[in-house]
Design a protein around this ligand. Structure first.
Ligand SMILES: Nc1ncnc2c1ncn2[C@@H]1O[C@H](COP(=O)(O)OP(=O)(O)OP(=O)(O)O)[C@@H](O)[C@H]1O
Ligand SMILES: [Mg+2]
Length: 330
């Protein structure tokens, strides 16, 4: 049972409130700016780490704030005592898309490592992106010349691992497309190489995440508008976890050793990934996760103002935490 606070009845705080973590949930935390959405999400992560260290906890962190879980909350120590709680620090693994040295200043890395934070680089396999996904990534219409050529190139090599250079090679030897189309595509692919998040050799994503720490995927170092890169990271990670958990669930039902424990994925500022009225690379898999995740033990916890998140996900949430009052007035 995860302790989330106390019910307030007529200005008095009364019964303790809990969420049963033995069941799967889709939880939506909403409220005004600065009302405590991210903080509440942090509380859930900490409770899980204490009570279910065996579950895999992954935070999608667009603001780059959750590494602070590795520090003691000294500022609020007295308030914590009032609640029979105490300041605690948690093991944090900071997962950085791309090369850590390029995304963070070396002094910052050193300082964070001194706080016990472990850095882990996350590279993406170009072959984990479907032919349609590559077109979406470059915002190219699949029915136009460039889209047709790119789809064809990726599709022809999609049976096994491939690199961006392999796609370029396929485009170069394409005899059906015009030279200008090929050139425009190759320019885009060369640009994607410079983003620094694609692997040249096949990466096993499972080596990135572990249950002995809170896994914080720090997306703050990727500019949010940049070609849907944040979306791409979220979509690949979510698809991987979803598929692995489906396989593990099958094994568990047959009393075989499970390869991956239950997953709790926390998405702060979820409107970035599941906006209403707009498609993104990660939206489809997140909607599927919310709809089909209960059985395989896939939990989703999202924060955002209610109006900004897609209704399809909202309607799947079994718990909605609506934070109404700014802190200080509670
Ligand atoms: N339950 C709580 N107990 C004590 N302090 C809290 C609590 N919730 C939030 N706070 C404090 O309130 C401040 C704002 O919280 P937080 O950043 O979580 O808000 P938010 O709703 O995520 O804001 P934003 O919309 O800007 O993302 C933080 O400094 C945090 O320390
Ligand atoms: Mg927040």
């Amino acid at each position: 049972m995860l302790f989330i606070g106390r019910e307030k009845v007529r200005e008095k705080l009364e019964d303790d409130q809990y969420i049963d973590a033995s069941k799967s949930h889709a939880i939506f935390i909403c409220g005004k700016r600065g009302s405590g959405k991210s903080y509440t999400m942090g509380v859930l992560v900490e409770e899980l780490q204490e009570k279910h260290p065996d579950f895999l906890k992954i935070i999608i962190d667009p603001m780059g704030i959750f590494w602070t879980m590795a520090e003691l909350n000294i500022e609020q120590e007295e308030e914590l005592w009032d609640w029979n709680l105490y300041a605690r620090e948690y093991p944090v693994k900071l997962i950085v898309p791309g090369e850590v040295e390029k995304r963070f200043d070396s002094e910052v890395v050193k300082e964070l490592e001194n706080k016990g934070i472990e850095f882990k680089q996350l590279l993406l396999n170009p072959s984990d992106i479907s032919p349609e996904g590559w077109c979406d990534l470059f915002n190219i219409n699949i029915n136009e010349m460039m889209g047709i050529a790119l789809y064809r190139a990726v599709d022809s090599i999609s049976k096994k691992f491939f690199t961006i250079d392999d796609i370029i090679y396929e485009i170069e030897r394409d005899t059906k497309s015009k030279e200008t189309t090929k050139e425009a595509l190759i320019n885009r692919l060369n640009m994607a190489k410079k983003w620094g998040i694609f692997a040249d050799e096949e990466i096993q994503i499972e080596s990135v995440f572990s249950t002995n720490a809170v896994n914080v995927v720090d997306l703050s170092t990727i500019e949010s508008g940049r070609h849907g890169l944040r979306d791409l990271v979220v979509s690949i990670v979510s698809k991987y976890l979803f598929n692995q958990r489906l396989k593990s669930r099958k094994r568990e039902m047959l009393n075989l050793e499970s390869k991956m424990s239950k997953v709790w994925m926390f998405i702060d500022e979820a409107h970035n990934f599941i906006p209403s009225g707009k498609s993104t690379l990660s939206k489809e898999i997140l909607i599927r996760w919310a709809k089909e995740g209960r059985q395989p033990g896939l939990n989703l916890i999202a924060t955002q103002q209610p109006s900004a998140v897609d209704n399809e996900v909202l309607s799947q949430c079994d718990i909605i935490l609506h934070i109404r009052l700014p802190i200080g007035k509670m």
